[in-house]
Design a protein around this ligand. Sequence first.
Ligand code: FDA
Length: 310
Amino acid sequence: TIELEKAFASAMKSIARRADLKTHIEQTPALYSLLNRAAARYVTGESRSDGLAAQQRLMDKGYAVSLEYIGENTTNLQDCEDAQAELSHLISDLSTRNKAARVSFDLSHIGLLLDHELTYRHLIALAEQAKHANIELFISMEESAKTDDILAIYKRAARNYSHIGITLQAQLNRTEQDLIDLSSGTSRIRLVKGAYQEPESISIARSSILNERYLRLIEQAVEQGHLLSIATHDESIIDEVVRRGWIQSSAVEFEMLYGIRPDLSCKLNAAGHPVRIYLTYGQEWYLYLCHRIAEYPPNLFQAVLDMSAA
Ligand code: FDA
């Protein structure tokens, strides 16, 4: 079953990256509108104002929010500059609100595949702007080939900007050591299981062993005094975190993706636990939809149901 799931996930991710398919969808209004309907479960809309409106709705209900402008693996300079400009506009719009969302992004959206110095400069410019607006920035973690570069850029920036956080993936064998390496500062950390298919030599697949490792990493991060987002929809892990009393610390919160297990986030919020919802917006919603189906194949059926709903 694991092999089948891997094959399905990798097929979905290849589909997500095919520029010709994306163009075909954009040029076929009926298809575009169907897929857009399926994506609406996970993506707030195409524009910044869609993300900001959803942020307000959720904050009114007592949730904290992260906002991502969708995009990754940008390979031309103009697209990187455009992504950087959009994130800067987002920070600027958020700065006018009393309670702002956290801004999340992939370093490969703002230049990682082109030039590390450019990426660093982009990150610092955003960090400087966000610092004055009292807004937190969070860097997502991408596939393992990029982990060293992402961590190096993060650590360099975090020396001067403590309001930048980093995402770590429990599925990677290296993560325990990466967390130890971050112990000198009180970094902001988001712990996820990991969304990428990685070789068995460096990672472990979804399993009770991965769940045990995830819990050990939470314990380690709490002991190291980090601000921690426990970013999972796995109810068994969430129950265990509540049972062990970790969530009572003001430094720890749950974080969940918009549209995934809203029943669970609602239950945790109603019980008074700190819950952050991760919102996305942007024209690359098709990519994001494919990622959500890849990581949880039953979402394909959900997408068909969403498309057929009037
Ligand atoms: P797991 O995959 O074991 O799922 C547990 C249960 O959750 C499932 O049985 C199902 O009930 C539900 N579930 C999970 N995914 C679902 C889905 N797509 N649709 C419906 N139900 C689903 N990854 C990464 O590599 N780099 C990153 O930067 C981030 N960033 C990030 C931020 C936030 C806030 C979250 C919540 C997640 C990420 N991820 C990520 C994704 C993460 O690595 C992981 O792929 C997903 O969270 C799914 O894994 P779970 O921990 O939920 O467990």
